[in-house]
Design a protein around this ligand. Structure first.
Ligand code: ADP
Ligand code: MG
Length: 236
């Protein structure tokens, strides 16, 4: 438990000294727990991508992050690692209910995120579920109340918030909005506003988007608190 506290302190120390030094390149150089490091190593993730290098120090220090980076830049680990670490440092257990929520625009993307979560999170004891529709609502209802981490599409998540007794978000620690621009392009603005209205205000929020449109900025204003902006600019 002393080790857990040290990890948190070290993350804060790293961000309070500004952006991460460019000499730090490896996941093993970050204040990350042993189970996460082992999951990364066994999944052959060694060196951070640029967006991971920029976003992880802030996200690990529980700051809100507004991240911009194009497809393929490695955003998934930039939010999954902070989820695992946030819950680990809070000593989250299976009995503590929903701790983290990832919202993704499509079923396919949600499934990919879930796969990566299962890979890098395999040495943790958290439970995780996929809530994407296409499955029977009743089956989903069964698992919902038991999961620590959920990866969802917006429509189905809101349906469960409205209909499923026992689906409790009041303890949520981390909210991730992945591909926020696409979520909004698909017409989920009202759904997102309703979802966010159902969540506790005291939480960490990580929002990633390839583009910064007006509607993304509106969503960011609604969901983030004093965010750190991190972006990876395309080089020609
Ligand atoms: P994005 O969400 O930004 O589109 P992904 O998180 O899906 O990007 O990652 C894109 C690809 O890069 C995936 O195949 C992933 O496995 C790989 N990848 C991500 N981070 C790393 C890393 N640190 N080292 C090696 N490969 C990585
Ligand atoms: Mg992605």
């Amino acid at each position: 438990s002393q080790v857990i506290e040290k990890l948190g302190e070290r993350a804060l120390e790293i961000v309070s000294s500004g952006p991460l030094s460019s000499t730090i390149k490896l996941f093993t150089e970050l204040p990350i727990s042993a189970p996460t490091l082992k999951g990364l190593e066994r999944s052959h993730f060694v060196e951070m991508t640029e967006i991971q290098h920029k976003a992880l120090p802030y996200a690990l220090a529980r700051r809100d992050v507004l991240g911009a980076a194009k497809t393929g830049s490695g955003k998934t680990l930039a939010f999954l690692i902070p989820i695992l670490e946030g819950l680990y440092r809070s000593r989250w257990t299976r009995f503590d209910g929903l701790g983290a929520l990832v919202i993704s625009p499509t079923r396919e993307l949600a499934m990919q995120i879930f796969e990566v979560l299962c890979k890098i999170g395999r040495y943790h004891k958290f439970s995780a579920g996929l809530v994407i529709g296409g499955k029977k609502v009743d089956e989903e209802k069964e698992i919902l109340s038991k999961m620590n981490i959920l990866v969802c599409t917006p429509g189905r998540l809101l349906q469960h918030m409205d209909e499923t007794a026992g689906f409790d978000c009041n303890n949520l620690q981390v909210l991730v909005l992945d591909e926020a621009d696409r979520i909004l392009d698909m017409g989920f603005k009202k759904t997102m506003n309703a979802i966010i209205a159902n969540l506790p205000r005291q939480r960490q929020t990580l929002l990633f988007s390839a583009t910064q449109t007006k509607s993304v900025k509106d969503l960011a204003r609604l969901s983030l608190e004093r965010p750190e902006y991190v972006g990876v600019h395309e080089k020609d």
